[in-house]
Design a protein around this ligand. Structure first.
Ligand SMILES: C[S@@+](CC[C@H](N)C(=O)[O-])C[C@H]1O[C@@H](n2cnc3c(N)ncnc32)[C@H](O)[C@@H]1O
Length: 319
């Protein structure tokens, strides 16, 4: 490695703010707005440092609508990996690192609280809003993935309980989970009215499901993934609560550009590339991963929808 290259490494890593940014981006993907909130810095400052880090080849980025998300390049250029591990070791003792870590979790909490506040505000009115998804036939097809009857199934992010009701009608024992107490109240009312009072409702988050390991034979997330900060993590959590041989079924939007959905529906993600979803299911250790676009959703004004599924292996899960 040339002396110029070594000098560039030291120069880039000589700034404490750049180190803090890089350490955060090593942990997870973040947008400029996230970094501003976590570090308490102005956009110009964050963007300037991001520019320097990117120019040095230390960042990977992904555009999502008008947002750009950054993370640390998993394949750091030559020489950087050892320089960075030196910095990371020194940071373990640094109080700023603990502060940034705490600020990152406060930021997560506030993002989650915003989603919860949205659904708490909407509550039973969701049934009017949800009509824009026009997904009645999709729900039936998602349910059809469950062949044998008499299963225990979880409906994650149940909302007003629409899918829970259908699963119950198929003879399943249903545990429905949602983090919004107001949504759960609306679900309880709808389910009682539909004669599905034995559907069990549990308040809790998709990231830490209120279900024990292996408790259910299938876990559904119907139009929920795009509200989660970390969909891959939520999928891993769904796999945890599955018994061996159990199935995860996801219904959601394919990647789209309807920015208005962020404001009007409070979505966090503008859908997902199908290959990302396939990758998350495979990385969570699922087999038989299948993903298909809903043909009925093509050509309409709203984004296309997909159904994805995967089966937990009967043997020990792959690492
Ligand atoms: C778009 S609604 C879908 C509701 C229902 N599955 C349907 O298709 O009508 C999303 C639901 O997920 C819930 N939700 C969002 N983020 C969540 C999280 N992190 N943990 C648990 N539930 C969440 C919301 O409260 C809301 O009820």
């Amino acid at each position: 490695m040339s002396i110029d290259a070594v000098q560039k490494i030291f120069k880039t890593l000589s700034d404490p703010t750049r180190i803090r940014i890089l350490a955060l981006l090593e942990r997870e993907e973040l947008a400029v707005q996230d970094l501003m909130a976590i570090l308490g810095m102005a956009q110009s400052r964050v963007s300037r440092h991001l520019g320097i880090l990117r120019e040095a080849g230390l960042l990977a980025d992904r555009r999502d609508g008008t947002f750009v998300f950054y993370r640390m390049n998993p394949d750091l250029p030559d020489g950087w990996r050892s320089a960075w591990s030196l910095v990371a070791k020194a940071r373990a003792e640094d109080p700023t690192a603990a502060r940034d870590s705490a600020a990152l979790s406060v930021h997560h909490d506030s993002r989650q609280a915003r989603t919860r506040a949205f659904f708490d505000a909407v509550g039973p009115e969701w049934d009017a809003l949800r009509k824009v998804f026009n997904d009645d036939s999709l729900r039936a097809r998602a349910v059809a993935r469950l062949m044998p009857a008499g299963l225990t199934v979880a409906d994650i992010g149940t909302g007003t309980g629409i899918l829970a009701r259908e699963l119950h009608a198929l003879g399943c024992r249903v545990v429905a989970v949602d983090h919004s107490p107001r949504m759960l109240e609306a679900a309880r009312a709808n389910l009682d009215e539909a004669g599905a009072s034995d559907v069990e409702l549990r308040e809790g988050s998709a990231e830490a499901l209120p279900l024990t390991d292996g408790e259910v034979d299938a876990a559904f997330a119907h139009m929920v993934l795009h509200y989660l900060a970390n969909p891959a993590e939520a999928i891993t959590e769904m796999v945890r609560v599955l018994a061996p041989g159990g199935v995860v079924v996801l219904v959601d939007f394919e990647r789209h550009d309807r920015e208005w959905m962020r404001e009007e529906l409070g979505v966090v993600w503008l859908g997902f590339p199908l290959e990302d979803v396939r990758g998350w299911l495979a990385e969570a250790g699922l087999e038989d991963v299948r993903i298909e676009l809903d043909a009925d959703s093509a050509g309409r004004e709203l984004p296309k929808t997909f159904i994805a599924s995967g089966r937990k292996p009967l043997g020990p899960a792959r690492p």
